[in-house]
Design a protein around this ligand. Structure first.
Ligand code: GAL
Length: 421
């Protein structure tokens, strides 16, 4: 009795492994395809271009574009969690390469292995090895990257800096030296938005204070969040926050960017989706209407993240989703999406003639800089850490107590399996 039940279970699991392992890609089969992301409103144009491309080559299939507004997916990820746990996954969804994918959905066995799709499309040869590592475990490759974004960018308007007699700072010490004079003129030195944008600023400060090796050491548990260096990050962050706008919690990232564009603020640190927003939505010219540099203290470093889409186990329109993934990974898909999005292609063979001057400079840095992984956008830590870190950030924003924040961050790192006791 015992052994026949065991055999049945073995047969079932072999069958499901065969089903999952053999990803065959055909064209979409009609009906609908639900894609889920946070690319709504101002963030929408690049995704809409992809949807058009998909519907053109998969006639008869209607894309249902489910979006939940909110930068960096703060709201979308909560909705996704409810749907995934409730057995109602979208056909495919946006997820960051790295721990947001692997340490959240792959460990929970909610994703299908896409290795055979990669083999069929020859993608192992066109995506960089470091990126493939972020998408893989020893059991498979779990999503298809659509881009590479850069997190550590400082944005400004060149004409305004000239008018105010300042240059873009290359270190935080330089920033702190010019900030008081800007404040005295009624200009906000550094615009900031809601909670997650504070996390975003924090990671740029952290990699500047720690350097890329110690930054990595935080995430593989070799450097404690309570170490003097890590406490230093919070102290530096606290000094910088003194020169940000007081209404930050009520602003979206776009509104914080708008403060720079309108001359109310001198600088903003945001990922290069801000370049997409300024160039595609606001129709500003890169290099003329807006300028950029690596965030202070991070010259020569590229803090990366990658948006990807995966195939959830049990989705309703699996074939249609596979056709979507195939298009996402293609050269045409990437070169349609990225010039509008403000990101560069994840592929090594993109047509750079389609990209503006900002994106061409990002592509050069991507090839030559030291690469670090973003925290705020899912590369280095899983969702458990990220949710609790948002609370740590909130406590710091209220109290400005560096040691307390460092202690709390270490506790969160232990709970989420990053650090040991
Ligand atoms: C990031 C995402 C970007 C952009 C940004 C702002 O997490 O990777 O593509 O959408 O959030 O919402």
């Amino acid at each position: 009795m015992k052994s026949s039940r065991w055999l049945r279970l073995m047969a079932l699991s072999t069958m499901s492994m065969l089903l999952i392992g053999a990803v065959t890609v055909s064209a979409a089969v009609g009906g609908r395809l639900e894609i889920f992301s946070w690319w709504a409103g101002d963030e929408g144009p690049a995704l809409e271009a992809l949807i058009k491309l998909y519907e053109k080559s998969n006639t008869g299939t209607k894309v249902v574009n489910s979006t939940v507004t909110g930068g960096s997916g703060v709201n979308a990820k909560a909705v996704l969690k409810t749907r995934m746990l409730g057995g109602d996954p979208p056909d495919t969804f946006q997820v960051h390469a790295g721990q947001e994918l692997i340490g959240t959905w792959v460990v929970a066995e909610r994703m299908e292995d896409l290795t055979s799709l990669y083999e069929k499309e020859g993608w192992r040869r066109v995506f960089p090895e470091g990126l493939l590592k972020l998408l893989s475990t020893d059991r498979g490759i779990w999503s298809v990257p659509v881009n590479i974004h850069r997190s550590n960018v400082m944005w400004y308007v060149p004409g305004n800096l000239a008018k105010w007699g300042v240059k873009a700072p290359t270190t935080w010490a330089e920033f702190l030296a010019i900030a008081p004079a800007l404040s005295a003129k009624g200009i906000v030195p550094l615009s900031l938005g809601e909670n997650w944008t504070a996390n975003h600023l924090w990671e740029s400060v952290a990699v500047a204070v720690l350097g890329p090796e110690k930054w990595d050491a935080l995430w593989n548990g070799k450097l404690s969040f309570k170490s003097p260096e890590a406490v230093e990050v919070w102290k530096a962050f606290g000094e910088i926050l003194k020169y940000t706008n007081t209404d930050a919690p009520s602003l979206s990232w776009q509104q914080a960017t708008d403060m720079v564009v309108r001359g109310q603020a001198a600088f903003n640190i945001m990922g290069d989706w801000a370049a997409g927003y300024m160039a595609t939505t606001l129709k500003l010219k890169p290099g003329i209407d807006f300028g950029w540099t690596a965030s202070p203290g991070t010259g020569g470093m590229f803090m990366m993240l990658s948006d990807s889409f995966g195939l959830p186990v049990g989705c309703a329109a699996r074939e249609n989703a596979l056709a979507w993934l195939k298009m996402l990974g293609s050269k045409e898909g990437q070169d349609t999406f990225n010039p509008l999005k403000g990101s560069i292609s994840a592929r090594t063979d993109s047509d750079m003639g389609k990209y503006n001057t900002y994106l061409q400079s990002a592509a050069r840095d991507w090839k030559s800089n030291v690469i670090a992984g973003s925290l705020a956008h899912g590369v280095v830590a899983n969702e458990r850490f990220m949710n609790d870190f948002a609370t740590v950030m909130e406590i710091f924003l209220q109290s400005c107590n560096a040691q307390a924040a460092a202690n709390a961050a270490q506790a969160v790192a232990i709970q989420s399996g990053i650090a040991s006791r």
